[in-house]
Design a protein around this ligand. Structure first.
Ligand SMILES: Nc1nc2c(ncn2[C@@H]2O[C@H](COP(=O)(O)OP(=O)(O)OP(=O)(O)O)[C@@H](O)[C@H]2O)c(=O)[nH]1
Ligand SMILES: [Mg+2]
Ligand SMILES: [Zn+2]
Length: 356
């Protein structure tokens, strides 16, 4: 494959002008425990990450992930196609969440993507707040979010679902499809062409792998049944992987994420909830909490049926989560600074001891 077909562009080219000649660009398609799988002009490569790059990383987000462009060098004396990763190139887009668990760090789920397909099943598992959450995370990604409403073949309450979706989707395109029934796939293909990359996100069981198999035209990814009671999946896909689409373009399958903690700041909130923030400009008091204050434009909109009170609740919830994230980030930064000072003091003392 040519580099352009793998998504290479001027943006990446300009980053390597002054680099050593024995390095070549390659793109991460899979990350295993101790190694990476990469696509390159010379086919599939196996890559190792040197300890130096790990040590230099401030955050996990500084390490290569699926979709990343890196520069690699053939390992001298190593097997053909075994390379060392020398440098991670700057990303032109990234979809991130907060690392699951207690660590405060950014986890990049997919890098250098053009389109984020937010997949949702039109079954018992349909969940508006979840779509709202994915939308918030996509706002800052630099990729275009597109909502795919899958499993239309089993849905007889479509109008109801669409009525609930419209106010939160706002300008975001959405398409009703059935991967199983092979309908609506042309709507999805319009976002895919040679050199572009898309990624599918969404809970377990919504049909991400089934959609990708339908687009590829063969069963590349394993799919799994959902629980009958609530339509939830069983986490069939367990790692992220990027594959080539025979007709051009690249597509990333991801496992359904159990925890989807926000990663972003006030601007992601403002972008996702422009409707609320615009209304708030008309509240009588600048610091209106939209609770019981007189002259509250948001309360009036809710009374008039122009705004769903649940939307305001989501806004408040994300606002709290983002504030919490911010305070965790500053606490982590303070701890790091303290740790750094300790290390420096130790270093100075060591040098002094040596001189003595
Ligand atoms: N009725 C119907 N079922 C579908 C459709 N698409 C997928 N499914 C079924 O939904 C189940 C889950 O599909 P997967 O593709 O494994 O879901 P996934 O999103 O990849 O799930 P994880 O890998 O666990 O994150 C499977 O039984 C699929 O056959 C559809 O359009 N209609
Ligand atoms: Mg899957
Ligand atoms: Zn108000």
């Amino acid at each position: 494959m040519k580099l352009e077909e793998l998504g290479w562009s001027h943006f990446f080219q300009q980053q390597i002008l002054s680099l050593e000649e024995d390095c070549v660009p390659a793109r991460i398609c899979r990350q295993d425990v101790n190694q990476y799988l990469l696509l390159s002009e010379n086919g599939v490569l196996t890559g190792k990450l040197p300890g130096r790059l790990r040590r230099e990383a401030f955050s996990k987000a500084d390490l290569p992930t699926v979709g990343d462009w890196v520069l690699v060098k053939q390992i001298v004396g190593g097997e053909q196609g075994t390379v060392q990763i020398e440098k991670l190139l700057e990303r032109r887009s990234r979809f991130s969440r907060q690392e699951a668990g207690d660590i405060v760090d950014e986890q990049v789920i997919a890098a250098n993507i053009d389109t984020v397909f937010i997949v949702s099943g039109l079954d018992e598992d349909f969940n508006i707040s979840r779509i709202e959450r994915y939308l918030l995370l996509s706002r800052d990604s630099g990729a275009l979010p597109v909502i795919l409403l899958n499993k239309s073949d089993v849905c007889d309450t479509l109008d109801q679902y669409l009525d609930a979706l419209r106010p939160i989707a706002r300008g975001t395109p959405f398409h009703v499809i059935s991967a199983k029934g092979q309908t609506g796939l042309e709507d999805v293909r319009q976002y895919i062409s040679s050199g572009t990359t898309c990624a599918l996100m969404g809970s377990s069981g919504v049909g991400k792998s089934t959609v990708i198999n339908a687009l590829l035209g063969y069963d590349r990814f394993e799919t799994g049944s959902v629980r009958e009671a609530d339509g939830k999946g069983r986490h069939t896909t367990t790692f992220r992987e990027m594959v080539e689409i025979p007709s051009g373009g690249l597509i990333i399958d991801t496992p359904g994420m159990r925890e989807l903690q926000v990663w972003g700041d006030a601007s992601s909130l403002a972008q996702s909830f422009e409707d609320i923030e615009d209304l708030a400009l008309n509240c009588k008091f600048g610091d209106c909490k939209h609770d019981t204050e007189p002259g509250c434009a948001i309360a009036s909109a809710i009374t008039a049926g122009e705004l769903d009170s649940e939307r305001l609740e989501s806004y408040r919830k994300f606002d709290r989560e983002l504030l919490h994230l911010k305070s965790q980030q500053s606490a982590a930064a303070r701890a790091e600074k303290k740790e750094g000072r300790k290390r420096l003091a130790k270093h100075i003392k060591n040098r002094a001891d040596k001189r003595d």
